[in-house]
Design a protein around this ligand. Sequence first.
Ligand code: PRX
Length: 674
Amino acid sequence: MPGIRSARSAKKAIIGGLTMSKQDTAVFDDLLREQREFPPTRAFAAGANARDRSLYDRADKDLLAYWADQASELSWAKPWSKVLQWEPPHARWFVGAKFNMAANCLDRHLAGPRRNKAAIIWESEAGEVRTLTYLQLHREVCKFANVLKELGVAKGDRVAIYLPMVPEAAIAMLACARIGAIHNVVFGGFSPEALSERINDSEAKVLITADGGWRRGNVIPLKENSDRAIESCPSIRHVVIVRNLPGEHHLLHVVEGRDHWWHRLMDRRSADCAPAEVDAEDPIYILYTSGTTGKPKGIVHAAGGYAVGCYATCKYVFDLRDDDIFWCTADIGWVTGHSYVVYGPLLAGATILMYEGAPDYPDKERWWDIVERHRVSILYTAPTAIRTCMKWGADLPAKHDLSSLRLLGSVGEPINPEAWMWYQENVGGGRCPVVDTWWQTETGSIMISGLPGVSTMKPGFAGQALPGIKAIILDEQGKEVKEGSGFLALTHPWPSMLRTIWGDDERYVKTYFSKWDNKTYFAGDGAKKDDKGNYMLLGRIDDVLNVAGHRIGTMEIESALVSHPAVAESAVVGKSHDVKGQAVVAFVTLKTGLKFDDSMKDTLKKHVVDKIGALARPEDILFASELPKTRSGKIMRRLLRDIAEGRALGDVTTLADPAVVQALREDYEEHYGG
Ligand code: PRX
């Protein structure tokens, strides 16, 4: 199959960072020429929420009316006076409206047949299954909302959530939304230091954590991490601990008056809690994400518009219907977990499957076993997970009845056509459409994707911009690129866009709305488009890495490295990785007189894990007697990337001392055997 052959050769270029060299562009051109296409099947299109292009036409004709239509399917305590107020680069959507997210996710469904339907089916790593109907979830959320109030949390206060994938995570988020508090979920894989930085930046009053999380049968000590984190968090007044470990683990350090068990607080708490009147523009949450500086950005989303984006994409991209069991494998600590584990599916009244543990525990068939037992109908995961499953072998999904699946999704990084095909054939049985969905923490909901009942899917392409979304590819000067690759940009505001960066609006303006003018959103991704307007994403073009679908800034890792007393200077780059997409490679220069050996490498790797978390662990650390710099002193990362990838070196004419690069390269080749 020629498409697949070329896909294989293109893989290296597609996964991993954007280089946009002529050589790579040629590979993409091959892919464009030999592309296989997958038009929607008649069977799928016949029952789909979106069956034809009328949605695109409606949005093209009147974009604001399109969004108002979508919004009017949700319930608003007070209607808006204006759909959009755009004072570039600040947007306000559904101006003047009052909107409560929790009421829309829960109360709205209670009057009808969804009342006793499963909202969440949760499976623990050990195999325990818990189901919460919409009515039960509503009750738990109201009770916990009352708990939060009693702990002194008021509208607009921040609440940090550092939990594993347990139903309490969703309950805590929804309880915050119910009283208008702003949650700040921190991924359970982050270190105490990373947690503390996020708590301090948002000045959270309460931290919700668990005694521990499970990963491959091992305990992740979330409470211990929390204790270490809040040593330096003066804003935290209370810690709520969810019990997630069996009896023998309960010898915890509990601080009287500060620490409270979740189940004790919930005991006999009233389930009566009216949803707070929240302005559509009030923040629903802050979620920290990596940028190009060492300091993570607190992305702020607004309740009303965010809900509309999540709802519309669930309806059209995932074609969510009442009999679906929707499984998004993302952790709650990432935006995908916010939009498509919790808010979107609940707004759509779907049943969510939530799984706490690892895909290979107790064996590598766990996911397929879950799909089979729970009759999952929609599976949404990341390319890195698909590539891992490919490695484990097609015989594993083949042993299971996956006939309940009707739609597959991919998110987080470019999916190489080979993985796309494998997913479609071996998981989707050749019958399920695959949606490759491009979006970001900042965009709140999916921006670019095919619609499964309408679009012809092309492996390696995320598809067209969704109805109501205006995308374009621009060059450095802001001129449209019709052929070839350039910078992906969004030219019109959209309801679920970020509103600002918490406490740093200047950074918001500078990062997203200053590259060309103050109206065009700079996404930070490279892209290329075919003649039908399908986008192929080429990876980040800034100093942000995408490691196993996790976004991490090179500067954050560099700051972590130089905080070690042995390190004088460091530069971090990404290197293509077959499974993770990108892997972290760090170059370090040590302080005079120190020896670089394997033990130093291990020490530095561990130091990064302690500082940030295991997700940032460098795959390799290379010694450099000097880092390559321009005459003005800027580290030439492009050259380091070339060295890390084993590529021919790029332009070195601006380099202060070309011998530095040669020395580095020799070190690297010696290390990897050339
Ligand atoms: O580089 C793009 C990549 O992930 C980045 C956003 O990361 P984050 O904010 O953590 O959100 C991830 C989940 C939405 C983007 O800038 N990315 C995300 N989805 C895709 C993608 N790259 C290519 N194809 C995708 N489908």
